[in-house]
Design a protein around this ligand. Structure first.
Ligand code: PLP
Length: 395
């Protein structure tokens, strides 16, 4: 076979290793192995909580489900109102807000972090604001001292979406440990994977009980609080205590396969993240700062995908760049997180004003002139150098 001379760079590679797969096979060889949510899920939740530095974690079947049940809990506390969200995020961050009866209010991003800008968030806060739903985009930190202080002063809960930023930090503390509730995704292309999967984390005991119930049909027996279970049983004497449904909820549970895989992946996460950080530093150092954005805020960054952002808004250069990448079999996604500016998406057309996206120039720039390409632990330095030479050659 003739070796390909192309760079052949996928968005993700070998995120599930051979020894992970062998461990799953060994598990399946057991006599009647338990496959639905059980002890591996519970251990994974405990191990994740201790890694992150929070009290409680609830393992679910995706990051989107984590978003959904988080906003469902907010809905139990507030009937309607506004939630501040970024224009550059994944669809489920905005959809979960709308599905739970809140109005999404957008705040433009800071081009150095790709996350919502503190000053833009503060401009949008008013008496109807029920939460700020921050997405830490592609390993960047979106928090600031001023933001945390202002939210604390005004008693506005912070929800952190850390689906793209496992292991990233603010002031040396892990993202996802600051907010009232935080969300993670373990989809294959992220820092670690359970094939599909997500985690909801919190220090709030009441929210935790609700999250457990929202994950499993709203069932009261899913709560780990015996007093809460007893109270529902007492208040509903004509119901079988095994089948009391407190909320109109969902089934977003994961499985023992996901739990087992998550526990194994977590053991490798810090080591893999160190490689990702080194890759990122090399990538940014080699990229031509006269063509591409290189002044990102790198402190605490933990990235799983290199951001490639043109400095100048040139559609011709954009098209030439995409051709170069395609010719070398380098997988890329234009618009960085989730396809660019959400305000342009059809699902929002009845919710926002006509051409509202024009009021978000920073997100617009990423929408048209930003991409990400893969950054994974077994990516070698030589390939990173070659990718940068290729990108820099784009006229
Ligand atoms: C910021 C963000 N939030 C939520 C999600 C949803 O995660 P999942 O794909 O696990 O549903 C993603 C997906 O990549 C994401 O990037």
């Amino acid at each position: 076979m003739v070796a390909s001379s192309k760079l052949n760079h996928p968005l993700m590679r070998n995120n599930i290793s051979r020894d992970d797969l062998d461990a799953l096979i060994e598990y399946l060889k057991k006599d009647d192995p338990k496959l639905t949510q059980s002890s591996n899920v519970r251990y994974f939740e405990e191990e994740w909580s201790s890694w992150l530095g929070v009290k409680h974690s609830v393992f679910v079947n995706s990051g989107s489900s984590a978003n959904l049940i988080t906003l469902a809990v907010l809905r139990e506390l507030h009937e309607g109102g506004e939630v501040i969200v970024p224009p550059l995020t994944w669809v489920s961050d905005v959809a979960s807000v709308m599905q739970n009866g809140f109005k999404p209010v957008f705040a433009d991003i800071n081009p150095r972090t790709l996350c919502m800008d503190t000053s833009k968030i503060l401009e949008k806060i008013n008496s109807r604001t029920r939460a700020v739903f921050m997405t830490h985009v592609q390993g960047f930190n979106g928090l600031s001292d001023i933001l945390l202080q202002e939210l604390a002063n005004r008693k506005i809960p912070l929800i952190e979406d850390v689906c793209e930023s496992h292991g990233a930090t603010f002031r040396s503390r892990k993202l996802g440990s600051f907010g009232w509730i935080s969300n993670f995704s373990f989809y294959y292309a992220h820092h670690m994977t359970t094939i599909e999967g997500g985690m909801v984390c919190t220090n709030d005991d009441d929210a935790y009980q609700m999250l457990r119930m929202f994950r499993s049909h709203g069932m009261v027996r899913e709560s780990s609080d015996s007093e809460l279970r007893a109270r529902y049983a007492e208040e509903n004497p004509n119901l079988n205590p095994d089948f009391i449904f407190a909320f109109p909820a969902y089934n977003v549970r994961n499985t023992e396969i996901g739990g087992l895989l998550g526990r194994r992946q977590l053991m490798k996460l810090d080591r893999n993240n160190q490689r990702r950080r080194e890759n990122f530093e090399l990538f940014i150092a080699r990229l031509d700062g006269t063509k591409f954005k290189t002044d990102f805020e790198v402190v605490g960054n933990c990235n799983y995908a290199f951001p490639v952002v043109l400095l100048e808004p040139s559609t011709e250069r954009r098209d030439r760049l995409e051709k170069l990448l395609t010719n070398q079999n380098i997988e890329y996604r234009r618009g960085n997180a989730g396809g660019g500016n959400q305000l342009r998406q059809p699902y929002l057309k009845d919710v926002i004003k006509d051409r509202e996206w024009e009021n978000f120039p920073q997100a617009e720039h990423i929408h048209h002139y930003g991409w990400y390409i893969g950054n994974y632990p077994d990516l070698d330095r030589e390939t990173i150098e070659k990718i940068c030479v290729l990108l820099n050659s784009c006229s």
